[in-house]
Design a binder for this molecule. Structure first.
Ligand code: ADP
Length: 144
């Protein structure tokens, strides 16, 4: 039933990623599913508001994406999944937009997200998770 599963990963939040591991492994095993991990990086300009960047040296987008992909592969390796059923994707932009786009482009039939950062107890649903639940065209599994 769930053959193509998108698992968005916030690379700055190891604990949140760890939360989804047993669930992703369960579906991968039960359904022999293909797991697509996706990490979304903020655009460099978002660190400086809407204005132009101050003068200085910044890593290129290519470098940032390459670095993020290495990080994502490391996270993916902490899941017990067969290599040939795993793909890692990286993108730059607003997490919710990139996640929804990626879900469309791989025709995901399930998206698995953590509800929010474990240390933020006031939110029932983080803003990214909430947008994904609201706008996704596939099923969404929210892990608490
Ligand atoms: P919070 O607002 O508490 O940080 P979020 O809604 O951002 O909670 O995070 C919930 C889930 O959304 C994460 O477990 C992850 O699946 C996804 N997510 C959040 N940020 C990103 C990101 N930058 N890249 C990929 N996925 C993300």
């Amino acid at each position: 039933m769930y053959k193509t599963i998108l698992v968005p990963i916030d690379l700055s939040e190891d604990n949140m990623s760890r939360l989804v591991i047993p669930h992703v492994e369960h579906f991968a095993k039960q359904e022999d599913a293909h797991i697509h991990f996706l990490a979304v990086l903020p655009p460099l300009s978002s660190f400086y508001g809407m204005g132009s960047l101050p003068v200085g040296h910044y890593p290129s987008e290519t470098d940032r994406l390459r670095h993020a992909e290495a990080g994502l592969r490391q996270v993916a390796a902490s899941f017990n999944l067969p290599d040939d059923r795993v793909d890692c994707h990286v993108a730059i932009g607003a997490p919710r937009d990139r996640i929804l786009e990626q879900a469309q482009s791989i025709a995901a039939d399930l998206i698995i997200v953590a509800s929010h950062r474990p240390d933020i107890t006031t939110y029932l649903l983080g803003s990214t998770a909430a947008s994904v639940v609201r706008h996704a065209t596939s099923a969404v599994l929210v892990i608490r």
